[in-house]
Design a protein around this ligand. Structure first.
Ligand SMILES: [Zn+2]
Ligand SMILES: [Zn+2]
Length: 235
């Protein structure tokens, strides 16, 4: 659904701008079944820190002193036009329905693994700052995470991590080192909560991985033992 405040407005918008598949233009959905099947699901695994090939995206020994995330799973390639169009439409045209299709890609990805790969005790979406949430009207990571939590049979916990303040958006910073500094202390946690032992963090896109890493650091500081992350693509 597009997030229009009034149902009537939504109806009028869809009359004049009917929903079409972003890939083949067919009416009905932003991604039709046929075009979903054409998306190459990723089969490559690399360390989040240095990008060398690693077993199921595990952080390599050399990067473990700086990286708190245990593994990074990337479902598809950001250079795939359909994937990048869906992400763009969701984030910058505020169309939350695209998250449903991104979640479909994630589910296709998850199905290719042995059952016990995603046996996390909780799925946690990377939170948005309150101001950004107000502005966009939804947290795209939360919408994707909800589908994933159902798929792997883990509870979703969207309340445990809090994004503190709106700093310079990470997307506006080019340098990797600067991104790591900018994100430090950006998250805090709800106190008096029992922290899940193993967590699957979910976001739509990661770039340097600094945001995911900071979430992992904070979760581990509060008792989580294993923190993996799943993103649709690395931009
Ligand atoms: Zn299509
Ligand atoms: Zn590494």
């Amino acid at each position: 659904m597009r997030n229009y405040p009034q149902k009537g407005f939504k109806w009028i918008m869809e009359l004049f701008f009917p929903i079409r598949c972003l890939a083949c233009n067919k009416y009905g959905k932003y991604l039709c079944r046929n075009c979903l099947r054409t998306i190459n699901i990723s089969t490559e695994f690399n360390c989040i820190g240095c990008n060398i090939p690693s077993n199921y995206g595990a952080t390599c020994e050399n990067c473990r002193n700086k990286w708190h995330l245990d593994s990074l799973f990337i479902c598809a390639d950001y250079n795939n036009q359909i994937v990048s169009k869906l992400i763009h439409k969701m984030k910058y045209s505020y169309i939350s329905e695209c998250s449903k299709h991104l979640a479909e890609i994630a589910k296709e990805y998850i199905e290719r693994f042995p059952k016990n790969t995603f046996n996390h005790s909780a799925v946690i979406p990377v939170p948005l700052s309150p101001s950004r949430l107000n502005w966009r009207g939804f947290n795209q990571a939360e919408l994707i995470a909800r589908s994933i939590s159902k798929k792997i049979g883990a509870k979703m916990d969207a309340d445990i991590l809090i994004r503190n303040i709106m700093r310079k958006p990470q997307a506006q910073i080019k340098q990797k080192e600067e991104r790591l500094i900018n994100i430090t202390d950006s998250f805090s946690v709800r106190q008096k909560r029992k922290f899940p032992v193993s967590v699957l963090l979910v976001d739509d896109v990661c770039t340097t991985g600094a945001t995911l890493n900071e979430c992992a650091r904070v979760l581990k500081q509060n008792g989580s033992v294993k923190v993996d992350a799943l993103v649709i693509a690395r931009g």
